[in-house]
Design a protein around this ligand. Structure first.
Ligand SMILES: Cc1cc2nc3c(=O)[nH]c(=O)nc-3n(C[C@H](O)[C@H](O)[C@H](O)COP(=O)(O)O)c2cc1C
Length: 359
């Protein structure tokens, strides 16, 4: 890993070592992968107009998200089945998150249990939830997160069905024997009789495609934890979330894995800026590959970003150390981008540095 200097390098390094079906599961997208590609290319097409002579000798990247202090404005996106990348799975990721003091959002479908993951970090994680047809299972998952002192419930709302990912169809995921999804087991779901080759599809079939805003109200009624909605793009939905006092929103298209030709995340943030107008904390995910991408998202009004695949590539390349390296790369690149744009702290970053207007 010593000769890997950017996230792109980690992608290559991981792909050189992963079986084809796992690489497809991690890295490919839905349909023709137009959204997947545009998530990154849309960042590149935003050009910067840096300021100079601003004394950038001393800089700080620390910030807060929903009141929680973090060392730099990045969270680790929820991603299922991390033992496919490394035997230590989510525990390795959480140790790296702790090292950098950034929040890890733990997937419902993590291999390691919420308790095991929390035991390895002092930076309180958040829990990503899906609403299952069986509301008791859903409720039990929330209770498990509360019992292990998770600080937020990230409800994913853009996956009523599993997206059509052609590469995955060509190279289906075969899960190793004894592969566990501990949270679901601990929440009362019996997966013993499900062959591991069918597990991923079976888990997707348990999700409730019938959920509406009333189910958000139900979730609000069963937990005092902050609720963060993940997977919103349309300004109309953002407005409803604001009206319903949702704690924060993650602007996301699920990393281009669900609806192909959905707007790229950064374009969606731009598109929704007048509705957001500082009324709700915004996190953006999808296509974060460089520190400059983080700066651009912040300039457009995001409070923080989440990184998905880069973390998995780091995990596959070198376990905990690999994730630490990816986080270090993104952090040092952000620091340099800030300095070169004339900023010394996160809350100074604003749209003035972008060479287009928000409209
Ligand atoms: C392999 C993989 C598994 C994922 N699993 C979940 C999941 O369990 N729950 C969820 O809400 N999002 C899941 N996501 C989506 C990510 O949370 C995130 O939205 C996306 O990866 C961000 O885009 P990026 O990979 O370009 O950073 C997954 C993404 C990947 C790549």
């Amino acid at each position: 890993m010593d000769n890997v200097f950017d996230v792109k390098g980690f992608e290559q390094y991981a792909h050189d070592r992963l079986p084809e079906n796992i690489a497809a599961f991690f890295s490919r997208g839905a349909g023709d992968e137009i959204t997947l590609r545009e998530n990154t290319s849309a960042f590149d097409s935003i050009k910067l107009l840096p300021r100079v002579l601003k004394n950038v000798e001393e800089r700080s990247l620390s910030t807060t998200i929903l009141g929680q202090a973090i060392n730099f404005p990045l969270l680790i996106a929820p991603m299922a089945f991390q033992q496919l990348a490394h035997p230590e799975g989510e525990v390795a990721t959480s140790k790296a998150a702790q090292d950098h003091n950034v929040i890890m959002v733990v997937s419902t479908c993590s291999n390691c249990s919420l308790e095991e993951i929390k035991a390895n970090t002092n930076t309180p994680p958040w829990f990503q939830l899906y609403i299952y047809k069986d509301r008791e299972i859903t409720k039990n998952l929330v209770r498990l997160a509360e019992a292990s002192d998770y600080k937020g419930i990230v409800l994913t709302v853009d996956a009523p069905l599993y997206g059509k990912r052609i590469k995955e169809l060509h190279h289906p995921l075969t899960l190793p024997p004894n592969f566990e999804v501990k949270n679901l087991k601990n929440a009362g779901l019996n997966l013993k009789d499900t062959p591991s080759t069918k597990l991923a599809g079976y888990l997707a079939s348990l999700l409730d495609p019938g959920i509406t805003w009333q189910d958000i109200a139900w979730l609000r009624s069963i937990t005092p934890l902050p609720i963060i909605l993940k997977g919103i793009l349309n300004p109309k939905d953002i407005q409803i979330a604001i009206d319903n006092h949702i704690d924060a929103i993650i602007i996301s298209n699920h990393g281009g894995r669900q609806l192909d030709t959905a707007l790229s995340s950064i374009e969606a943030l731009k598109f929704a800026s007048s509705v957001i107008d500082g009324k709700i904390e915004i996190i953006l995910d999808g296509g974060i590959r460089k520190g400059i991408d983080i700066l651009k998202a912040l300039a457009l009004g995001a409070k923080a970003v989440m990184a998905g695949r880069p973390i998995l590539w780091g995990l596959a390349a070198g376990g905990e150390e690999g994730v630490k390296r990816v986080l270090t790369i993104l952090k040092t690149e952000l620091d340099m981008a800030m300095a070169l744009c004339g900023y010394t702290s996160i809350n100074e970053i604003n749209e003035e540095v972008l060479c287009f207007s928000k409209k």
